[in-house]
Write a protein that binds this ligand. Structure first.
Ligand code: RTP
Ligand code: MG
Length: 161
């Protein structure tokens, strides 16, 4: 998260490998490896399955959109893997690594991105990443309620300098 002087050195983001990608062992392996290859530190990692109501709550901001029902259905359809990732400028780096939401756009504009390589459709697009420091804070708490961002940064950030 971006908090004053901490921002330039270290940022946290929430990354998720979605059910489509967790279901395929080689894809899961490739996505996990790409996190390690891109200089992220894995701060927390867990596998979990959402109930439908978790999915609805997480994506409440999209509740009016035409894809909401299939998104909610899909995200509660099987196991996924969530990470708290740390590095400098983590939010932007992880989103860049994922590529655009829409798979065909990803294939044209960023063929090396994860969604371009592994995405099937705009909904089954392999990964999620927080889009701002505020959503990173909210989403990290959503997936890891026992994890305290500020506390962690205070303790660990000096070690990254
Ligand atoms: P996210 O919130 O997951 O980081 O994705 P995003 O900002 O790249 O995309 P957003 O527009 O916020 O959409 C949230 C999630 O909804 C699914 N989606 N499906 N046309 C479709 O079927 C469609 N459009 C979006 C995607 O899974 C996207 O991650
Ligand atoms: Mg979004």
């Amino acid at each position: 998260l971006t908090t004053g002087r901490l921002s330039k050195v270290l940022q946290l983001t929430l990354a998720v490998i979605k059910p489509d990608a967790v279901a395929h062992p080689l894809m899961l392996e490739a996505l996990h490896q790409s996190i390690l290859d891109n200089n992220f530190v894995i701060v927390r990692c867990k596998d979990l399955v959402w109930k439908r109501r978790d999915s609805e709550r997480f994506y409440a901001e999209h509740s009016g959109r035409f894809f909401y029902q299939r998104l909610v259905e899909f995200m509660s359809s099987g196991p996924m893997r969530a990470y708290v990732l740390a590095r400098e400028d983590a939010i932007r780096h992880w989103r860049q690594q994922m590529g655009p939401t829409k798979v065909f756009r990803a294939r044209y504009t960023s063929p090396a991105s994860l969604r371009a390589q592994f995405g099937l459709t705009d909904t089954r697009n392999t990964t999620h990443g927080s889009d701002s420091p505020e959503s990173a804070q909210r989403e990290i708490s959503f997936f890891f309620p026992e994890f305290h961002v500020e506390e962690w940064l205070e303790k660990e950030e000096p070690l990254f300098r």
